[in-house]
Design a protein around this ligand. Structure first.
Ligand code: HPA
Length: 239
């Protein structure tokens, strides 16, 4: 079964029917999930920012979220992540399926191995088969970049222009606050994980526009249709 982790703008999953909501207890704390049917297929939906969405990126209990999905024995996780663009060729809105991560976060509980010495391989942080399936689900007219580097910042504030310039030199294509440690925790539990990032603004200092939450909401609305089509394709092909 597939799990979708919804981010900013995806506090609920459009098209999900027969929803059963539950609070799941794990050894790392509790989280909220919805079981439901999408296109007649059972899926799990986990709104990362809570229900209603109130949990900021640095306060999300990533361990409880991923452990809950592990306990349910989901087969795949598709994460939805709002991002700012650093690569200037990325428009607003557009989609990117990242293939690499640079982690700039600090102080987050980022491993299940607190008492064991265990170093997971994370050379390629995303599941390549799942990434390819997402890309195959893209319909005509969608502005998509098929790979790129996600720089994960701590937040909750947005970046300074100098920070974004440094991230560009580091090789980042987009910036967001929620992919880590979610992706590495999923790898620790061996759950294949991939992300659909949707560009909702240009990163700080890229272009001339100031970042406004009105513009972000407009971009979310447009990209949500594209994302639904991709998810429909993946859910049909993976179940
Ligand atoms: N920076 C960090 N996180 C984000 C941004 C951004 O510009 N846009 C959406 N999430």
């Amino acid at each position: 079964m597939i799990a979708i982790i919804g981010g900013t703008g995806f506090g609920s999953f459009l098209g999900l029917t027969d929803i059963i909501s539950s609070r799941i207890e794990t050894q790392y704390g509790w989280t909220y999930i919805e079981r439901g049917l999408f296109l007649g297929q059972p899926i799990i939906f986990l709104p990362r920012h809570g229900h209603p969405p109130k949990i900021p990126p640095h306060s999300i209990n990533y361990q409880a979220n991923i452990q809950a999905l592990g306990d349910i024995e989901v087969d795949y996780i598709v994460a939805l992540n709002a991002v700012g663009s650093i690569d200037e060729s990325l428009g607003v809105p557009s989609l990117i399926i990242p293939d690499q991560i640079i982690d700039y976060t600090h102080g987050r509980l980022n491993t299940f191995y607190q008492a064991d010495i265990k170093h997971i391989d994370f050379t390629f942080p995303f599941d390549s088969e799942l990434r390819q399936e997402l890309i195959r689900g893209v319909q005509g007219g969608v502005d998509l970049k098929e790979n790129g580097v996600y720089g994960c910042t701590q937040g909750p504030r947005l970046e300074t222009a100098a920070e974004v310039r440094r991230m560009r030199k580091d090789g980042c294509d987009v910036v967001g606050m929620t992919l880590m440690p979610e992706a590495s925790l999923a790898r620790e539990l061996s759950i294949p994980y991939a992300s659909i990032c949707f560009v909702v603004n240009r990163g700080a200092g890229i272009g001339n526009d100031l970042i406004t939450f009105e513009a972000i909401n407009l971009a979310i609305e447009t990209s949500s249709y594209w994302i639904s089509e991709m998810l429909a394709h993946v859910i049909k092909s993976k179940i």
